[in-house]
Design a protein. Sequence first.
Length: 268
Amino acid sequence: MTSPSISDLGTILGVWAHPDDEAYLSGGLMALAADAGSRVVCVTATRGELGGDPDQRAAELHACLGLLGVSEHRWLGYADGGCARIPPSGAIARLCAIIEEVRPDTVVSFGPDGNTGHPDHRAVGRWVEAAVSWAAPGTRLLQSAVTDDWASRWAGVNTRFGVFEPGYPVRIAESRLALHLVLGGAPLERKVRALGAQASQTAGLIAAMGPAEYAGWVADETFVERRPVLPGAWHPVCSRCWWDFANARWQCAGSVAAGPVTRTGNGG
């Protein structure tokens, strides 16, 4: 594990797109943090209904989180496969409210690439970065990343099972990581058990790979730290607003000539 240590992370808020994202990308982190006495809250944007019965997936997620020692969970209730098509302002506002309620020291989620390139993952990553920028700009934001080493080691498995969207993953050098967990022993066994609780998504894969190879495949959890760009001015969010990261300013399709939002103040 690289710095920061688990205890340094404080209260952790994880925000993900589908049931099982949280366990694959941060199951070890959540379990170790919970064991250390830290508060861990998990948010899931959809019930993953495109991958199976949503009630079953919700029950499996509950069981998975229980094995990881996580007792606080929130649903956003969006449609699986539709996150990239909804107005982002509503999702960002809801995440801001959760951030203000939980007051996390660390937020964990996807980066702009969504790890696998899935459109829902990428949308959630954008929402989270905007919400942290707006609601808690001093909060540490850790984004899941794919390293060159891991992608090379597991290229055959990833290709065989179609893990990544075309053109992905976006690889990064190990030196860019802010946190790298390499799980082994009891922590890895616990993560595999938790993933196994989401059997509708994992049972076939574990059977095809074999338990030992599957455990090796999920042993690494890697994150880069993102410093969110701070909005230059307060802006009331409407259904057509978004934070434009490329230009570091709010944009609003409903403003005059669809130009940049420059409004400042304390409300109104």
